[in-house]
Design a protein around this ligand. Structure first.
Ligand code: KG4
Ligand code: ZN
Length: 368
C-alpha cells in the first residue's frame, strides 16, 4: 500500500496513521463527479458536471447518452481537480470509482478509467458502492456523525433505512417496495410538465402551495415494520391531476403548487414516521440522512423536529453532497483503501448491489 505512514502522539497514545490522497470518480448516473480527498486535510479539490441538459428533453436519463457524456467529461474534470489542488497529474496514492449500483454503461466508464489510472500510476484502486458513498457523505462535515446510527438513504434509485453498526457493517431495516422517494418526486413532476429532475422543482413549487386543498395518503404507516411504498402516493397525485383536467384544459401554477405541497408532505410524513420507528426499534439516538432527497428542506425540518422529540440528533450533508458527487466516493474509497482493501485483478461493475454485501472495514492503520 502506498501512502505515507506517520506517527502521532494523541492523548498519550501513539497512533500510526496512514496518510493517503485518493482520487474519487463518480459516474453511476447523470453526474460526472471527481474529487481528491486527503485523509489528513479533507477534500483538496472537486469538480462536478451535471448532464441535466442532455437528458431534460427526454424527461429522464437516457443511459447511452449518459455513458457517452461521462467519456467526454471525465478526463477534463480530472485534470481540473489536480490543477485546483496544486498537484501534479497522478500525484495520489489510490483511485476510488463507483462500481455500482447504477447504469451499467455509465459505471463502466468510471471503472475502466479508474482501473487504467491505477495501473498507469502503479497505485491501488477500489470500486465503491454508490450508496455507501451517500451514507458516508455526512462524515465530510465538521460535525460528523459517529456509528452506530440509523441512516435514511433517499435518492432517485433507493429509499432505505439502514442500521449502521460501524463502517461497512450495515443491516437493511426497511426499504421502499416500489418507487424510490426521489423517483416518485420526479414522476409527479413529469405529470405536471415540470422539467427533469423534478424533485427540486416540486420542492420549490410546494412553497407557494395551499397545504389544505389536497390530502394524499401516508402509505404503509399503519402497518408494522419499516418497509415503505410510494407508488400509491404517485397514483393519488395522478388522480388529483386528472380530476382538475376534467374541469379545465391545463393545470394552473396554483394547482401545481397545491399538488406539490400535498405530495411533498405525504412523502415527508411517511419518511418521518418510519425514521422514528427505526430509532425506537434500534434504540439508537443518531439519525443520518443522505442521498438527493435529503436536500429537501421540508424533510430536513421535519426530521430535525421528530428527532428532537426523541432526544435524538439528525445529521445531513451540505446540499451539494446530498446529490451525486465525487467527494463522497473519494472519501468512502479512502476509508477502505486505508484499511487495506483494494481491487483484485478482475474488473467488475454491479448495476445491482445490495449494501449489506459489502465487507466490514477493520482499520489496520491505527495501533495504540
Ligand atoms: O442521490 P441522487 O443525486 O442520485 C441518485 O443516486 O439517485 O438523487 C437524485 C434524486 C432525484 O430523484 C431528485 O429529484 C431528488 O434526488 N432530489 C430532490 C431534491 N433534490 C434532489 N427531491 C426532493 N427535494 C429536493 N430538494
Ligand atoms: Zn446518488
Amino acid at each position: 500500500m502506498k501512502g505515507k505512514i506517520r506517527g502521532y502522539l494523541i492523548k498519550k497514545h501513539y497512533l500510526l496513521v496512514l496518510l493517503m490522497r485518493v482520487l474519487g470518480i463518480e459516474t453511476s448516473c447523470d453526474e460526472t463527479g471527481v474529487a481528491i480527498y486527503d485523509t489528513q486535510q479533507g477534500i483538496l479539490s472537486e469538480a462536478l458536471y451535471s448532464q441535466v441538459d442532455v437528458h431534460a428533453e427526454y424527461g429522464g436519463v437516457v443511459p447511452e447518452l449518459a455513458s457517452r457524456d461521462h467519456i467526454r467529461k471525465l478526463v477534463p474534470l480530472m485534470r481540473e481537480v489536480f490543477t485546483k489542488a496544486g498537484l501534479a497529474y497522478g500525484d495520489v496514492d489510490g483511485v476510488a470509482y463507483t462500481a455500482g449500483p447504477g447504469l451499467i454503461g455509465a459505471l463502466m466508464v468510471g471503472a475502466a478509467t479508474g482501473r487504467a489510472l491505477g495501473m498507469a500510476w502503479d497505485i491501488p484502486t477500489i470500486g465503491v458502492h454508490h450508496m455507501e458513498g451517500h451514507l458516508l457523505a455526512p462524515m465530510l462535515e465538521d460535525e460528523a456523525p459517529k456509528p452506530p446510527f440509523v441512516a435514511l438513504l433517499v435518492s432517485g434509485g433507493h429509499t432505505q433505512l439502514v442500521h449502521v453498526r460501524s463502517l461497512g457493517d450495515y443491516e437493511l431495516l426497511g426499504e421502499s417496495l416500489d418507487d424510490a422517494a426521489g423517483e416518485a418526486f420526479d414522476k409527479v413532476a413529469k405529470m405536471m410538465d415540470l422539467d427533469y429532475p423534478g424533485g427540486p422543482l416540486v420542492a420549490k413549487m410546494a412553497l407557494q402551495g395551499d397545504a389544505t386543498r389536497f390530502k394524499f395518503p401516508r402509505p404503509m404507516v399503519d402497518r408494522p415494520g419499516l418497509d415503505m411504498s410510494f407508488s400509491g402516493l404517485k397514483t393519488a397525485a395522478l388522480y388529483a391531476i386528472q380530476d382538475i383536467k376534467k374541469k379545465q384544459d391545463e393545470l394552473t401554477q396554483q394547482d401545481k403548487a397545491d399538488i406539490a405541497v400535498a405530495f411533498q408532505q405525504a412523502v415527508v410524513d411517511t419518511l418521518a414516521i418510519k425514521c422514528r420507528r427505526a430509532l425506537q426499534q434500534t434504540q439508537l439516538s443518531t439519525l443520518v440522512m443522505a442521498g438527493g432527497v435529503s436536500a429537501n428542506l421540508s424533510l430536513r425540518e421535519k426530521l430535525a423536529a421528530e428527532t428532537a422529540k426523541l432526544r435524538a440528533k439528525v445529521y445531513y450533508p451540505r446540499p451539494e453532497y446530498c446529490t451525486d458527487n465525487g467527494a463522497m466516493i473519494a472519501y468512502a474509497g479512502a476509508q477502505r483503501l486505508a484499511a487495506g482493501q483494494m481491487d483484485d485483478l478482475t474488473l467488475k461493475v454491479k448495476p445491482r448491489w445490495p449494501l449489506n454485501e459489502l465487507p466490514a472495514v477493520k482499520p489496520q492503520n491505527q495501533h495504540e
